[in-house]
Design a binder for this molecule. Structure first.
Ligand SMILES: NC(=O)c1ccc[n+]([C@@H]2O[C@H](COP(=O)([O-])OP(=O)(O)OC[C@H]3O[C@@H](n4cnc5c(N)ncnc54)[C@H](OP(=O)(O)O)[C@@H]3O)[C@@H](O)[C@H]2O)c1
Length: 287
């Protein structure tokens, strides 16, 4: 099986390429410079040349705040780009796994979102990702749409890496304690997506949710990072969303039900706390 990964320089794309190669799968990663998904002819050429059995579309405009002022670009990548990928997959008979987001929901639920819960995106990012889902569904009905949430790697400028860095820079850190989600290690998500790609029986389930299991607030996640690195978690102080206004409103509740994932015959992703431990071990100076 040959798998083509778009957005291969991103958090999730990078991990799929890395983990796929480690498990002996033939995975071809294309970054935004190698394949711009907004250019229909480039997408068609890439699929015609690579001839993948499966495409995992990780390419996306993910700058949630910036998108509020940059609707056109977000729509081009998340909507039109997704349509281009779906069209080329349909034409070349490649199976499409399209990665989407919890931001398609309103973020005001109090129990885990099922796949068919009403959509009510509150941000440009969420609206354009929902448009992308619609385009994929319209063009490639058998494609699998996989929504995830709160992705971290523990590197770069993601939340986990930022808490790790701030530990040596600040005595106290105020972190939002009224937003709930399921922190998801990109490596675990990548493994899950590769399993999905390799499990033909799963394909009857066309919309799924994949996130590490369990829930946390950002405050609880920050405390867990401190515990993992041997720092005093009481240096993390809870605060409210109102104290940290952002251009794009953040969902208060982003927990995704894994019912469809399990119905597809896939193992749920491990608890986020175990995943965090693994991420910090994977990226410790000794690792
Ligand atoms: N991160 C999260 O917490 C999160 C949560 C829920 C869902 N998701 C979804 O998960 C998927 C992967 O996200 P991620 O976390 O890996 O985001 P990411 O790190 O921002 O990666 C996205 C990648 O897409 C690439 N890209 C942007 N425009 C493109 C274009 N026109 N053509 C081709 N590639 C393009 C970017 O290229 P450059 O490297 O050149 O910028 C980047 O490498 C996305 O669908 C996202 O919506 C993410």
């Amino acid at each position: 099986m040959r798998i083509l990964v778009t957005g291969a320089r991103g958090q999730v794309g990078q991990q799929i390429v890395r983990r796929g190669a480690a498990t002996g799968l033939e995975v071809v990663g294309m970054s935004s410079t190698e394949l711009d998904i907004t250019v229909e002819s480039s997408v068609h050429s890439a699929l015609t040349e690579v001839r993948p059995n499966v495409v995992i579309n990780c390419a996306a405009y993910t700058a949630v705040d910036k998108a509020e002022l940059d609707f056109q670009r977000a729509a081009d990548v998340n909507g039109r780009g997704a349509r281009n990928i779906a069209t080329a997959c349909h034409t070349t008979e490649a199976h499409l796994i399209h990665v989407s987001t919890d931001y398609v929901f309103g973020g005001d639920a109090s129990e885990p979102y099922e796949i068919d819960a009403p959509k009510n995106p509150k941000t440009v990012y969420g609206r354009t990702k929902l448009d992308g889902e619609g385009a994929v569904r319209a063009v490639a009905p058998s494609a699998q749409i996989v929504r995830t949430a709160w992705v971290f790697t523990g590197t770069g400028s993601d939340f986990v890496a930022t808490m790790h860095r701030l530990e040596s820079e600040r005595q106290f850190i105020d972190v939002v304690d009224d937003q709930v989600g399921s922190p998801t290690y990109a490596a675990d998500l990548a493994d899950g997506l590769l399993r999905l790609a390799s499990t033909a029986q799963s394909r009857t389930v066309t919309t799924l949710h994949a996130a590490n299991s369990g829930t946390a607030t950002w405050y609880q996640l920050a405390r867990a990072v401190f515990e993992e690195i041997g720092a005093d978690p009481d240096r993390i102080r809870p605060c409210t969303t109102e104290e940290f206004p952002r251009p794009a409103p953040r969902p208060r509740y982003s927990v995704l039900s894994d019912r469809a994932w399990r119905a597809a015959g896939l193992e749920p992703l491990r608890p986020w706390r175990d995943a965090l431990h693994a991420a910090l071990a994977d990226h410790s100076p000794q690792a």
